[in-house]
Design a protein around this ligand. Sequence first.
Ligand code: AMP
Ligand code: ZN
Length: 110
Amino acid sequence: MEKNCLFCQIANGEKPTEILFENDTLVVFKDIHPAAPVHLLIVPKRHIRSINDLTESDRPILSELMMVARDMAGRQGLAESGYRLFVNVERGGGQVIFHLHLHLIGGWQK
Ligand code: AMP
Ligand code: ZN
């Protein structure tokens, strides 16, 4: 837990946020500035700055992020229509919150 990290605060329940899903590894909540009709953030509880900072022991976290993204897409009714998963890496990659997170966007088609 990093004291001044917004996503650590959300994951630790220190910043009131509607949590759509939670397990031991991660939390899922809506992006505050949605870029699509559905825009969720899948966020590991462990503070990892970016993809660049992953270590060998983080492998299970990565697979959990993907599996939960798949499940959340299904729960949002996006499995058939399709969706996008992406990670911004560091400033040049568009990252503005320096706590690793996976974006799930979709829901354009009715
Ligand atoms: P990134 O550019 O990959 O670092 O994405 C950070 C995302 O976090 C942006 O899409 C923001 O809209 C989103 N965001 C920032 N603050 C909050 C918040 N308090 N709750 C939910 N999403 C947030
Ligand atoms: Zn953090």
